[in-house]
Write a protein that binds this ligand. Structure first.
Ligand code: FE2
Length: 509
């Protein structure tokens, strides 16, 4: 196992979602000369290699385990991602594919695997028709849909997962969440909090492990506003606060501290007028700079404080916390917005294998400090390694964290950051082995913040099969403590979650 421990430099990601609302619009210009991803001679790179969808829903018991599953590791790892049911209508965008859940259940030392599509209304309609009915983000919307009273884009339920109020939800930032039953991964249906949810639901809500509250937001390509909502520990949508922005921007994630919520108004802008002229709806405009809005968790919209900062883009935050007068934010910062469509011939040629990430994403770990007393902003790079999909010990979300975990964007390593000491440790998977986001699982008897494991799916190009890999988080560079071999291929996806036995046992439905 290659290891590497080095000082960070003093500077952070990738894929997620550009979806905006049930009324969202295409993110690239309709006149692009890229060939259709539906064209078999020139397919999207996101339909090739291990980005390609699988078509069978499997249930496989008694999986082979290499190594020893830790005694304290009982529960289920579930990861979601795009897995289109049918060939696309026109060009394919990585974020378009129907959500598919891949889960490994660890119980009494035995492991089993299952994968299931998320049964959204759009999925079922297309299944009945036997073909794709919706266009994706890379194509102009089918306006006939709107006139027929249907959403312009299909809620794919494909981006991330959250556990709150004894429910597992799969998320898509353009629309409401879908509730999932575990461990069978069957779709229960849309959750709208008794019709109180009136705005899109980010793929990255934040659950405060101490208070039981869940904070989330929804943004719009149509209006310069973000709606910030809070679901209390009893599962009631308790408040929604509309926050005015200077312009409509893409906002994939946010952050919370014990006292504040942090919103990122970054210059990836939506402009309907621009689109009417045949230009892209979404455009990165660095001249506009960045603004970070800090709002007391239970505050009114008028209480938000805005802090100006140099232009950048952020898909994912690692964590944030209060430090005296300062609010500290650590996130994976991009120096520019990436070509997410990834259909450029240049980008495709640059990828050495169809399994390689075809997007060039200049993201690396970065820290901002916002001083609430003086208004000062200080920012610095923490590393120059390209990485994203940051995670922490979720018990520490919103509180000071010493350790953070990211995925190297070449997908061949996970990285553990010691933010206190300014060092990092790599866990390399070796050539031909591709990791996904690493999810931290706290040990039941944890005393230190990093007492636990990182779990991730690894795709091995040699046999085109996947594994659930378990790494001891406190011995990060060491060989995995266990590898659960899955006699199937798990396509690359987005975000995952660990559900312990206690959560599985308390499920609401
Ligand atoms: Fe994301």
């Amino acid at each position: 196992m290659d290891t590497n421990r080095r000082q960070f430099l003093a500077r952070s990601s990738l894929a997620s979602l550009l979806l905006t609302s049930g009324r969202c619009l295409p993110l690239v210009a309709a006149e692009s000369d890229d060939a259709s991803a539906g064209d078999a001679d020139n397919p999207s790179p996101f339909l090739l290699g291990n980005f390609a969808p699988v078509h069978d829903e499997l249930t496989i018991e008694r999986l082979e385990v290499v190594g020893q599953l830790p005694k304290g590791l009982g529960g289920m790892y579930v990861r979601t991602g795009p897995n289109p049911q049918f060939p696309p209508r026109g060009r394919y965008h990585w974020f378009d594919g129907d959500g598919m859940l891949h889960g490994v259940l660890l119980r009494d030392g035995a492991a089993s695997y299952r994968n299931r599509w998320v049964r959204t209304a759009g999925f079922e309609k297309e299944r009945a028709a036997g073909k794709a009915l919706w266009t994706g983000l890379a194509e102009p919307p089918d306006m006939a849909k709107m006139f027929g009273g249907e959403p312009l884009f299909k809620n794919a339920g494909n981006t991330a997962l959250v556990w709150h109020d004894r429910r597992l939800l799969t998320l898509w930032e353009g629309g409401p969440p879908h509730e999932i039953h575990v461990p069978d991964l069957e779709t229960v249906g849309v959750l709208d909090y008794g019709r109180r949810l009136r705005h899109p639901f980010t793929a990255h809500p934040k659950v405060d492990a101490e208070t039981g509250e869940m904070m989330f937001f929804g943004y719009s390509a149509m209006a310069p506003v973000v709606h910030y909502s809070l679901v209390n520990a009893a599962g009631e949508l308790a408040s929604t606060v509309p926050i005015k922005l200077r312009r409509s921007v893409m906002m994939h994630d946010f952050a919370v501290t014990a006292r504040h919520s942090i919103f990122m108004e970054l210059p990836a802008t939506f402009n309907l007028g621009r689109m009417a002229k045949g230009e892209p709806l979404l455009k990165y405009e660095p001249d506009l700079g960045s603004r970070f809005g800090i709002l007391p968790r239970h505050g009114k919209a008028t209480e938000i404080r805005w802090f100006e900062a140099p232009a950048c883009f952020v898909f994912h935050t690692l964590n944030a916390w209060d430090d005296g007068d300062e609010v500290v934010l650590v996130a994976c910062r991009l120096s520019e917005y990436p070509d997410i469509v990834g259909t450029s011939p240049v980008k495709r040629a640059a990828a050495g294998s169809p399994n390689d990430m075809p997007i060039d994403t200049p993201a690396s770990l970065y820290e901002w400090r916002f001083n609430l007393a003086t208004g000062e902003v200080r920012e610095r790079a923490l590393d120059d390694l390209r990485s994203d999909f940051p995670r922490v010990n979720d018990r520490r979300l919103g509180r000071p964290t010493r350790y953070g975990y990211t995925m190297a964007l070449d997908m061949h390593a996970l990285v553990k950051y010691d933010l206190e000491r300014g060092t990092s440790t790599r866990h390399d998977f070796g050539p031909g082995r591709y990791a996904g986001e690493g999810v931290f699982v706290a040990a039941p008897d944890a005393k230190q913040e990093d007492d636990g494991w990182l779990v991730t799916y690894v795709f091995d190009a040699a046999d085109e099969k996947s594994e659930l890999v378990v790494i001891d988080a406190s011995e990060f560079a060491s060989a995995p403590v266990a590898r659960v071999r899955i006699p199937a291929r798990i396509p690359f996806g987005f975000h995952g979650i660990w559900l312990g036995d206690e959560q599985l046992g308390e499920q609401r439905v």
